[in-house]
Design a protein around this ligand. Structure first.
Ligand SMILES: Cc1cc2nc3c(=O)[nH]c(=O)nc-3n(C[C@H](O)[C@H](O)[C@H](O)COP(=O)(O)OP(=O)(O)OC[C@H]3O[C@@H](n4cnc5c(N)ncnc54)[C@H](O)[C@@H]3O)c2cc1C
Length: 393
């Protein structure tokens, strides 16, 4: 089968690897001039790691292992601890925070040369019963250049199946599903990945401090790198440098928050507004479909967006293995995944982890054994996982 994937993010590249392994002819059209180097790191849980391994691109050896996740009050008092080692024991796959660039590098490096065409922005498609034609395609030789070529009817890419893996501003979604953009919910993550706080960065424990100013998260990401983020329910003021504003906002939080902020430069911090799509039961029309953020963007508060993109890729590959009309298999894939993703999307949209817990919840958090908290976390992940439940199309 000839498959066109729009978007070389984590989801699109994972799918490309699985499909190439199954003998499909795959082309990935990516708007950016080269692999993305920004985007800090993402935490890959057991479900995402299992999906990647089955798609023939295991993430072993990348990033920093995370064995415990601790929640603290702004004063630094612990009120919850999850032992995440239970995930590896029960699924065979652990938890790691991995620089996004390292994942993309591994996924791209495993593909036959030329599979990904960079500098190709897709803007329009024609979907017919037998296939999909990319009718709007602007090719750029380098970042910032004017388009060198627009696809015309003579050489437009055509596939038996087309997958929109082009993120939350998906052009494919606009054409094949719904022009309504993902909506913002008011929260913003100020995030970065730097060499900082060596003791934390070199360990296996992640820490979140949650209070009225917002959440500060600190995760080891391997090689001395620390993934840090500040989730706040308001935009930064336009008239002040962001770092100065963050330092003031989180001034009352316990160390090492102040130490981290003191050591950062303005260019280290990137803003990511939280966005949300409604998750419909159908993600495409005819032989077209979506995966990852293009289908179901949701806030990063459960650290599952990339994991769910990997889950989608895993089940979509399985769907395209089934004999018969791919259109039927695509609709089944969408039904199964939409049911699972909706659960985690709702939880993430509630931003529950960013809200300072009331006293009874803090007490319960202190009393719960960390192994039990880890098991509860795994149960949440299982409910939104196709790969851990061996879903069949
Ligand atoms: C602050 C923050 C922290 C996060 N932390 C985590 C985490 O810890 N764990 C986790 O699992 N998830 C996390 N996520 C979510 C995760 O980053 C996304 O869910 C994931 O990247 C989605 O992958 P994707 O492949 O669907 O889309 P994307 O990564 O958005 O990739 C889409 C690709 O499509 C390309 N593209 C876009 N438009 C076009 C076009 N018209 N033509 C061609 N190409 C196009 C883009 O350039 C891009 O390369 C986080 C998100 C944020 C914002």
């Amino acid at each position: 089968m000839e498959v066109i994937i729009v978007g070389a993010g984590i989801g699109g590249l994972a799918l490309a690897n699985g499909l190439v392994a199954d003998g499909h002819r795959v082309r990935v059209l990516e708007r950016a001039p080269g692999p993305r180097a920004d985007g800090a790191a993402v935490t890959i849980f057991s479900n995402g790691a299992a999906a990647a391994a089955d798609l023939r691109v295991p993430l072993d050896g990348l990033g920093g292992d995370v064995e415990t996740l601790e929640f603290h009050t702004p004063r630094g008092r612990p009120f919850g601890r999850a032992d995440l080692r239970v995930m590896r024991r029960r699924t065979g796959y652990g938890v790691a925070t991995v620089p996004r660039a390292a994942i993309l590098d591994r996924f791209t490096g495993a593909l036959p040369p030329g599979t990904v065409r960079y500098g190709c922005a897709v803007s329009d498609l024609r979907v017919a019963p037998g296939g999909v034609t990319v009718t709007g395609l602007a090719e750029h030789a380098d970042a910032g250049d004017a388009p060198t070529r627009d696809a015309d009817a003579g050489d437009a890419p055509i596939g038996n199946v087309l997958v929109g893996a082009d993120g939350y501003r998906s052009a494919v979604r606009r054409v094949v599903l719904d022009p309504t953009p993902a909506s913002r919910n008011g929260w913003v993550s100020w995030q970065g990945l730097t060499l900082a706080l060596p003791e934390l960065a070199g360990g296996v424990a992640a820490r979140c401090l949650v209070g009225p100013a917002g959440l500060c998260g600190l995760m080891p990401a391997g090689g001395g790198l620390l993934q840090w983020w500040f989730d706040v329910p308001v935009p930064a003021p336009a008239d002040r440098p962001v770092l100065e504003w963050l330092r003031g906002r989180f001034a009352s939080y316990a160390e090492p928050v102040g130490e981290l902020l003191a050591g950062l430069a303005e260019s280290d911090v990137q803003a990511y507004p939280h966005v949300l799509h409604q998750v419909p039961a159908r993600w495409g029309t005819g032989p077209s479909t979506l995966l990852g953020d293009a289908a179901h963007a949701f806030p990063p508060s459960q650290a599952q967006g990339a994991n769910q993109a990997l889950e989608d890729a895993w089940l979509l590959r399985r769907a395209l293995r089934t004999p018969g009309d791919p259109v039927t298999a695509l609709r089944r894939y969408e039904r199964i995944r939409s049911r699972r993703v909706r659960r985690i999307s709702r939880l993430a949209a509630s931003e529950i982890t960013n809200a300072p817990p009331a006293a009874p919840a803090r007490l319960a958090g202190r009393l719960l054994p960390s192994a039990l908290t880890g098991r509860l976390h795994l149960a949440t992940i299982r409910r939104c996982s196709s790969v851990l439940n061996d879903d069949r199309v």
